[in-house]
Design a protein. Structure first.
Length: 324
């Protein structure tokens, strides 16, 4: 049966199986990957998404497909790949902040060819989100970059970016920085963590680095700052919000929940789509602040749960009411 529903958000990138420690020598396998997490986060909040991804030909690939189907992610842009799925071994510090050791060599996520990518995107798509490891793995990174160039020229969708910098697997930092500095001017909304910015610009305050990016073209650059909240840099001024207090279980998927909630919040305010970029660029600080607060709340609630498990709209609304 043909799916005739609208999917206003398309997310391009990888799926990853996160091996999360459950004891000294045991792990639990949880499907993740920043782009997949973002698509699920937006969909759970009420903005249906498609995922543009290559799915591995192994048992983990079947698990990934099942995860996406359960959350209602459109499969129209999924590609069957001959390669295996990507893996990440998760470790936690004393504050339950996650670090990752990745296995991406020869896996499905970096092998895009241009003819596997949608051209054009469906007429229902209002935003194309890109980011994370798939942008930097070749030959797929170049194919994704060409798609972004094409969509920028077409001007029909809002282009958003979350770099999710991983120097240990995506190459040397100068090479990552060069690619991102070519991508950022093409995008309308950019979200990066303060850790991302410190990797890329160690001599700059993360918000100052965000200002440099914003001056290159985007309407909005947001820096997430963990328990300190988030700061958005606009053409007019910086807008900062704090984060709600919460007991942290782990930080896996928190930044992805923020990005998915940011996309959803912009969608509900009719700020996505190529014709709305000017309105987004002129958004007053008083209208931007609740968008950031909503996204920060989604990220914080995700930190109270194990793994990349972003909230539904009802869960987030109930949690916000209980926190006031």
């Amino acid at each position: 049966m043909t799916d005739t529903r609208a999917y206003p958000i398309a997310v391009a990138g990888e799926n990853v199986i996160d091996l999360v420690p459950t004891g000294a020598d045991t792990y639990r396998a949880l499907a993740g990957g920043s782009p997949a997490n973002i698509a699920i986060a937006a969909t759970r909040l009420g903005s249906p998404a498609s995922l543009i991804a290559r799915i591995g030909a192994d048992a983990f690939g079947t698990r990934i497909r099942n995860r996406l189907a359960v959350d209602g992610i459109s499969p129209r842009y999924l590609v069957d790949a001959a390669e295996p799925s990507s893996l990440a071994v998760v470790t936690f510090d004393e504050h339950r902040r996650a670090a990752y050791d990745f296995w991406f060599t020869g896996t499905a996520d970096g092998q895009w060819t241009s003819d596997e990518l949608p051209d054009p995107l469906g007429p229902d798509v209002q935003a194309l989100h890109v980011g994370s490891v798939a942008l930097h793995l070749e030959p797929g990174g170049t194919a994704l970059f060409r798609m972004i160039l094409r969509e920028h020229a077409r001007g029909a969708v809002t282009l958003t970016l979350d770099p999710n910098v991983r120097p240990d697997i995506a190459g040397d930092v100068p090479a990552i920085r060069r690619r991102l500095e070519a991508l950022v001017p093409l995008c309308d909304v950019v979200k990066a963590s303060d850790e991302d910015m410190r990797h890329l610009y160690p001599d700059l305050d993360p918000v100052e680095a965000a200002r440099l990016w914003r001056d290159s073209g985007p309407a909005l650059v947001v820096v997430t700052q963990g328990p300190d909240g988030a700061t958005a840099v606009t053409p007019h001024e910086a807008v900062a919000v704090g984060a709600p207090e919460a007991e942290v279980v782990d930080t896996v998927g928190a930044g992805d929940a923020f990005m998915g909630a940011l996309l959803h919040a912009l969608a509900t305010r009719n700020l996505l789509g190529g014709t709305n970029v000017g309105t987004l660029r002129a958004l007053p600080p008083d209208d931007l602040r609740p968008v950031l607060e909503y996204a920060t709340a989604a990220a914080t609630l995700t930190c109270t749960r194990e793994g990349a498990n972003p909230p539904t709209a009802d869960e987030l609304d109930a949690w916000l009411k209980s926190s006031t």
